[in-house]
Design a protein around this ligand. Structure first.
Ligand SMILES: Cc1cc2nc3c(=O)[nH]c(=O)nc-3n(C[C@H](O)[C@H](O)[C@H](O)COP(=O)(O)OP(=O)(O)OC[C@H]3O[C@@H](n4cnc5c(N)ncnc54)[C@H](O)[C@@H]3O)c2cc1C
Length: 389
């Protein structure tokens, strides 16, 4: 069905991917975002082949290749010595095996490319300063009501409003995000400030007992993104943008290899942030009437398989294909949920399993046979452009 009007709540990576894919399927979209100015946090995100298929399709491979960095290889290293324990070839290999790259990108660059493509299709469809609060459904359509008093009506409503989704609360009640016990610090370091001897391979994770430090290149290799994971018994804030003192991270990772120390010493003082990792229990249904959920609103997950954004991107593409294949909106939303809920829930639960494995592992016994990641779970075999909907 081509004449559908979709209201999309939330202009994160998931909402914008859905908007663009639906526009490409011939639908009209209106996107509503709470912030006053569109944008993303300064951080990297790994795009695995299963999601890269979608970006290549929607943005064009030339643009994706331009904004993404393809690491030649990745390594898991011993936290004390920096010795490589597991080494994974990347470069052209994922494209040869799966048909799309494994790459890493600055979130702001990906977000800007998606927003520009959506606006190019329909310059008036992106609405900022629009905080969704309630929905109202009638026989003829569904309305979104915003805190600024405005209202918008369409045929269907897609809740892409992240882990604290108001759409989810409207549909399925007020369960609260729960603290997982894991915390993280992140930052971006100019590559020019680092000794090249410390930066091979260009993507690495240092495995320590109860703590992990990952780093990889973004922005054509000009910046290194790092994320350092540890744990705490309690955590109040859930923002991804709380400033942290670099001394906190240095103290927490004081026993890690000299490479890690070199990166931490080079972090600009205003470029270190910390946050607690939250999630929510899996839902047994996403869709109710004319509304459904997508991305972190439907399956918020810990980052230990690097698949949260990838799942949101997959959701957006499959939603558009479900709409294109259906005769009416109930069939479209049913096809979407049937195609996506099982996979979204599986990846969410497996991210937990991997978190427990990562936090309890003994780096002295880690090798290729005991290492698990999204690829060993078979997640890269999925192609959202061709999967049955
Ligand atoms: C440390 C860390 C590392 C990660 N690394 C990776 C990785 O390497 N690879 C990967 O695939 N994933 C990764 N992820 C996960 C990924 O970032 C998220 O899963 C992804 O951003 C979810 O996208 P989304 O669009 O569903 O939600 P969000 O990005 O949260 O976007 C939601 C949008 O909705 C807006 N919004 C919220 N409420 C309202 C409202 N009431 N009205 C209007 N707008 C609203 C928000 O302002 C926001 O713009 C990582 C996550 C973390 C925490």
């Amino acid at each position: 069905m081509r004449d559908l009007h979709a209201l999309i709540i939330g202009a994160g990576i998931g909402g914008l991917t859905a908007a663009l894919a639906l526009q490409r399927a011939g639908c009209r979209v209106s996107v509503y975002e709470q912030v006053a100015e569109l944008g993303e946090i300064g951080a990297g995100v790994t795009i695995t082949p299963n999601a890269c298929h979608v970006l290549n399709h929607l943005l064009g491979r030339a643009l994706v290749d331009d904004i993404c960095h393809v690491p030649l290889s990745g390594a898991v290293k011993h936290y004390l010595t920096g010795e490589i324990l597991v080494d994974t070839e990347r470069g052209d290999l994922p494209r040869q095996k799966y048909g799309a790259n494994y790459c890493q990108v600055h979130r702001a660059d990906l977000h800007a490319a998606l927003a520009a493509a959506v606006a190019e299709h329909d310059p008036g469809c992106l609405h900022v300063d629009s905080t969704f609060t309630t929905l109202e459904e009638s026989d003829n359509g569904i309305s979104a009501i915003f805190t600024n008093g405005r209202q918008a009506t369409g045929d269907v409503l897609i809740g892409c409003d992240g882990i604290r989704s108001e759409v989810r609360r409207n549909l399925w009640g007020a369960d609260q995000p729960r603290f997982t016990g894991y915390i993280a610090w992140r930052g971006l370091v100019p590559t020019a400030k680092l000794d090249p001897a410390f930066l091979t391979p260009d993507s690495a994770a240092f495995a320590g007992p109860g703590r992990t430090f990952t780093r990889y290149k973004v922005r054509r290799g000009d910046l290194f993104n790092f994320v350092a994971f540890s744990s705490r018994a309690q955590w109040e804030l859930e923002s991804w943008s709380e400033r942290a003192e670099i001394a906190e991270v240095t103290a927490e990772f004081a026993d890690f290899a000299p490479e890690v120390q070199a990166i931490l010493q080079a972090v600009p003082p205003d470029q270190c942030f910390k946050w607690g990792l939250f999630d929510r229990p899996p839902l047994s249904r996403w869709t109710r009437g004319r509304a459904t959920l997508l991305g972190d609103a439907s399956h918020p997950m810990t980052p230990f398989l690097a698949q949260g954004a990838a799942m949101a991107i997959e959701d957006g593409m499959v939603l558009a294909r479900a709409v294109a294949a259906a005769d009416d909106w109930p069939e479209a939303l049913a096809r979407y949920e049937n195609a996506r809920r099982e996979r979204g829930t599986f990846v969410m639960l497996q991210s937990h399993v991997n978190a427990r494995r990562i936090y309890s592992r003994d780096p002295d016994r880690l090798d290729r046979n005991s290492h698990r990641n999204a690829e060993s779970l078979g997640l890269y075999d999925y192609n959202p452009l061709t999967v049955a909907v």
